[in-house]
Design a binder for this molecule. Sequence first.
Ligand code: PHE
Length: 341
Amino acid sequence: MQEKFDQLKQMAKDELLSVFSTKNLFELKTKYVGKNGEITALLRGMKDVPASERANFGKMVNDLKVEVSEMFNQKEIELKEKELAEKFESESVDVTLPGKINKNGSLHPLNLVKNKILDAFCGMGFEVFEGPEIDTDYYCFQALNIPKDHPARDMQDTFYITDNVLLRPHTSPGQVRTMEKKAPPIKILSPGRVYRADDDASHSPMFHQIEGLVVDKGVSLCDLKGLLDEFVRIMFDEDTKTRFRPSYFPFTEPSVEVDVTCCKCHGKGCSLCKGTGWIEILGAGVVNKKVLEMSGIDSNVYSGLAFGMGIERITMIKYGISDIRTLFENNVKFLKQFNRR
Ligand code: PHE
């Protein structure tokens, strides 16, 4: 009998040697000490043991069971430790590895500047109205008091599609389209692409403008000055000054051109401002009464102011860009420099 027990113990010991996971261990445990296990089966054979030996037999089986279970428990502790160590190893993070860099895109400098201009004026109560890029002679010229023989109408300056339909050469038709649709008070910005037959380091056949229009009772050149002074402070910096020079546009009377102190030399004179200390940024004026009347607004009751600026020009001044063409080449190395600025 003892021999059989020893054999069983040895078998369990041997089998235990080839167990490498808690799952296999569990199976082995069931095989020996489970409900239908080999050692449990010994107890069931108790009935065949003579009564006088039963007590001893029972004790021996129990001892065996305790011993074998002890072996299994010991193995279980070892395996659990090993499996936990493996889990930690496989889930560990090497904090010395270089991080992954997410390359974020960035806005094109023209969009950065456009957004900044829109933000500045929207903060002063302006709304945005976008007009069509292909427009008629009426909206681009006639309704803006640009006479038939005006040089802007020349084929050399303007891209005509037919005699009457053209690529808008400025965003000023946005003024007319707004005044036709909306009764005063009006306070709008009209951004968008414009087209002119011009191509060199400071002119592109396609570029962007933003038009501004205010129509209300008692609007004057003073309001224009206040508005634009505030705008340049937001766009450039607090110390930037403006200068209004008399000019001429058929749709404004009086008309002005607005200069700002050079943002590079702050008015001392440098190559950017060609030694003058000033840089021109936009055209503006008090809306010509004829233009108000043509769009159905009573010029005895209402007056208006308008301004128009080139986004490329402002961008070039702000970032010191000397050739307009770099803004359209889509050279990533160039564009990356404007990231988050
Ligand atoms: N439309 C003019 C231009 O393209 C700019 C301008 C707009 C001037 C509004 C006065 C008023 O040059």
